[in-house]
Design a protein around this ligand. Sequence first.
Ligand code: ASP
Length: 307
Amino acid sequence: MGGTLNRNQLNHFVSVEALTNEEVLSLIQRSEELKNGATPIRLHHEDKYAVNLFFENSTRTHKSFEMAETKLGMKVIDFEPSLSSLSKGESLYDTVLTLSAIGLDVAVIRHSSQDFYQELIDSPSITCSIINGGDGASQHPSQCLLDLMTIYEEFGYFENLKIAIVGDLTHSRVARSNMQMLKRLGATIFFSGPLEWYDDSFNQYGQNVPLDDLIDKVDVVMLLRVQHERHETYGNFSKTAYLNRYGLNEERERKMLDHAIIMHPAPVNRGVELQGSLVECARSRIVTQMTNGVYTRMAILEAVLEK
Ligand code: ASP
């Protein structure tokens, strides 16, 4: 794998599109080193302060950033949006301006507005690094990086891998980040799922194919959560009908190539995107994705701290 660590000195980490392939590969490499026990670049970051601002709910992203910050020795400042001046009408910009002014080095932010980070990184007054923990249905760069790490760990390359991204494509920031990067890294992308959750803008990244025509041909089946919070229904289907028509059940899993793996960014709707028994099955990497998330987030934090 190419890539040099020096290139990873980032001011902010807000979208994977902004990174070169070399930078992405170098961050994956660093994540693997950290997973294998490498010492963080600076042994202690106890003079560095992080704050995690989550305006949408989160378990994995929020807590694994907190784990990563703690493992790097950073100090994590507590911030609960509903108990802050945001509830008095203060804007996100003014909140981050304040946090930067009082000495925070890094702000990890998840927000429902697309590109919420732009005004923050454009501001000369905000000096802390901004990390995008997910902006609406737009991008989820740290999830993308941990997914890439998980695929790389499994196969050792991206070129010509066949990857199916399946489910609620329109509303998924994970899908958007992953289709862009995987295509750029040379993988062949296929999409599957209800047509009402498919957008013609995805055609530039891959082909839309029924899951039954794909299942015995792809190396990775990447399932997406049905995003209840961004729309009302399972489309025109009951949960079981969704699973049978678009999801991964045991019958389909048996048709997968021997070496093929299952991924899902989680939280999983068991019995909808995939049959509950498959979440921890031998070819599932869903738990590995969660573990890898800590190391990729350590690598991202190191990169912005070393800027
Ligand atoms: N946890 C991921 C996200 O925040 C995936 C999901 O929620 O479906 O986008």
